[in-house]
Design a binder for this molecule. Structure first.
Ligand SMILES: [Zn+2]
Length: 640
């Protein structure tokens, strides 16, 4: 029995699933360990009738899960559950054991008799005087406890801020037996920051990289395989031929051009790099062959013989034939030397389309198809994206998506419904796992991010119910006003226009071009109405937190408006700019907001100051139709 050798199954602890396995093998489980009721009481009439067991050497995620359970029970009932290292033989209370089968997916594969669940799934078994919460790995244990918090105790964490962590009061708590299995194999989010981000990830069952995520190995990587520093001088032929010249420059995956994919040495070096990676990282199962993050591909005679006639689609010229031919050859070599290992690739930008010169890719290629799914308000754009996803499904056994929720917009870019539609479509069409650039702007994206987290775990969850609950829990007496506020922000983003990939990324002009200031004013009115009507101090604080963010969006909209003023537009714009800067400073005091797009620095300045400078320049040289531009900033009339 391999399980008895596992350090994660100790002290004669057998779960119901294991008991079932043993019974099926003809061995009898100890009678006291048989599965019993469907749920067990842990707090009765304001008193603890259970205690928690966590081994002293438990994984950090198991310890956090135990702390979360004790914290939630304490918040709900004021009862403090005791925690011990091991079973107390004479204690008549129910022991809640928090354990895992294996520390990671690689070790899990060696555990015989494990339940048929993904690495972050879990089983919660109600036994006689014992409740066993056992994840496949600590990631599963964490998800099981988060599910108990959510479903049995009613805990919600709607935003990564203590104001939005909600625990209903109770005098009793029961925990139900259950099997926890996510809809998507991983749910990796980037762009969550601030002191509460880790708790938001944990309580909303997003993937935490502290237990290595199986079949996750992406990231722009070719520059580390064929680097300019190493090969630029002696081997110009490794680098792309463009306009008759080899493009040899750069030091990272952003600025290093793609290698020549038909060069035999590039292929050999790539195979060697993959093999060396797997030899040196026995716990890693995926090597990244993702392209560098730029459009500089090779057009030498051998490469262009594959890629031409070029497909010049709106996102850019496609080089999929030469690239995926190279990927397939590396993957085939890896399959021979390292069976069971994978290569990860992005279907992205200039290699977004499947290759025309192949019908499939080797089974060990994991494709992450990148899609700006918030453009799906445009039916034609959505149709194209979905056809592309279906087409990739025919090429790749292992298809994931890489989606963009946040792209650093200053005015609302949000839609819970588009995010949900995309997840449901993906699940129905074989998408195995999700990576998303979450990059939230909490003033208006909270419902979208929360709905996405719920559907990434359970793709059949009811979106309208989640949104009702979200607004009722957070905003109580003014739930209707806040729901209308969020709906108006969604309407702002989803109104009819042509979808454009990465529209508004690091560029404010497209936001200005699509702005509907009337709708933004309407959103502001709903927010103000909620603020004026709310009596509960906590609800008022929550609205004030949302408003801080929306002040920034409103200030930017005022700048758009000032620019269009019939007279003294430059002066008005400069005054509006002061309001934007003040609102931005206010935003920076909120750590959950200040990620890559909004923190003070070059990126923010390029977008905001770049737009402002260009706008002022244009206004000052434009022929004056009204009164001359004042040298003093004029006061701006606030939007009504
Ligand atoms: Zn080439």
């Amino acid at each position: 029995m391999h399980i008895s050798c596992s350090p994660f199954v100790r002290g004669g602890v057998w779960s119901g699933a294991i008991a079932a396995y043993i019974v099926s093998c003809g061995l009898a489980a100890p009678p006291s360990e048989q599965k019993t009721a469907a749920s067990v009481e842990i707090v009765r009439d304001g008193k603890a009738v259970a205690y928690v067991i966590v081994r002293p050497d438990a994984h950090a995620m198991e310890k956090e899960a135990a702390n979360d359970l004790r914290w939630a029970v304490g918040e709900a009932t004021r009862v403090k559950l005791e925690q011990h290292d091991s079973i107390r033989p004479d204690d008549t209370r129910t022991a809640i054991e928090i354990v895992s089968f294996a520390p990671d997916a690689v070790a899990l594969a060696e555990v015989a008799g494990r339940p048929d669940l993904p690495y972050d799934g879990a089983v919660v078994d109600v036994l006689n005087k014992k409740l066993v919460i056992r994840g496949q790995t600590p990631a599963g244990t964490a998800n099981a406890v988060a599910t108990i918090l959510m479903d049995d105790i009613g805990v919600r964490m709607y935003y990564p801020h203590p104001l939005f962590t909600i625990v209903p009061k109770a005098t009793g708590i029961r925990i139900a037996g259950r099997v926890c299995r996510p809809s998507f194999a991983y749910r990796r989010w980037s762009g969550l920051i601030g002191p509460e981000a880790a708790a938001y990830v944990r309580r909303n069952r997003l993937s935490d990289g502290r237990v290595p995520v199986p079949q996750w190995g992406f990231g722009h990587n070719l520059s580390s395989i064929i680097s300019v520093a190493q090969h630029g001088k002696d081997h110009p032929e490794y680098f792309p031929l463009r306009d008759g010249k080899r493009l040899i420059r750069g030091s990272n995956a952003g600025d290093t051009p793609q290698p020549c994919f038909t060069n035999p040495d590039v292929l050999r070096l790539s195979i060697e790099a993959a093999r060396e990676f797997f030899d040196q990282n026995p716990k890693k199962d995926t090597f990244s062959l993702c392209v560098n993050d730029n459009p500089w591909y090779c057009e030498c005679p051998d490469c262009s013989a594959m890629d031409a006639p070029y497909r010049d689609i709106p996102v850019g010229r496609q080089y999929s034939e030469s690239y995926f031919n190279y990927v397939s050859k590396v993957a085939e070599a890896v399959a021979q030397s390292h069976p069971g290992r994978h290569v990860g690739v992005y279907a992205y930008w200039n290699v977004e389309q499947p290759p025309r010169n192949r019908k499939t890719l080797p089974d060990n290629v994991i494709v992450a198809l990148t899609q700006d799914i918030l453009q799906h308000y445009d039916p034609a754009y959505r149709q194209k994206d979905r056809a592309l996803l279906k087409s990739w499904g025919g090429y790749a056994k292992n298809l994931n998506t890489y989606v963009y929720y946040g792209l650093g917009w200053f005015t609302p870019r949000t839609s819970p419904r588009l995010a949900a539609d995309d997840l449901r479509f993906g699940a129905a069409n074989g998408v195995r796992a999700i990576y998303c650039e979450a990059y939230p702007f909490w003033a208006w994206s909270g419902p979208m991010h929360y709905v996405a987290s719920r559907l990434q775990w359970d793709v059949n969850a009811d979106v309208d119910r989640i949104l009702d609950e979200f607004h009722r829990d957070c905003f109580g007496e003014v739930a209707a006003e806040m729901r209308t506020y969020h709906d108006t922000c969604e309407k702002y983003w989803t109104r009819a226009r042509a979808g454009r990939w990465f529209e508004g990324l690091d560029n404010l002009a497209p936001e200005e071009a699509m702005a509907d200031l009337g709708l933004l004013r309407a959103a502001r009115r709903y927010l103000d109405a909620a603020s004026a009507k709310a009596k509960e101090p906590e609800v008022r604080e929550r609205i004030a937190w949302i408003k801080k963010g929306f002040d920034f969006s409103t200030a930017v909209a005022r700048a758009f408006e000032a620019k269009k003023a019939p007279s003294d537009a430059a002066g008005r714009l400069m005054s509006a700019a002061e309001l934007v800067n003040a609102a931005h400073a206010q935003l920076l005091a909120e750590p959950a907001y200040a990620h890559s797009y909004y923190k003070a620095g070059d990126r923010f300045n390029r977008k905001w100051q770049g737009w402002l400078d260009a706008s002022l320049k244009k206004l000052r040289i434009a022929p004056k139709t009204g009164t001359p531009a004042s040298t003093q900033p004029a006061g701006i009339v606030p939007p009504d």
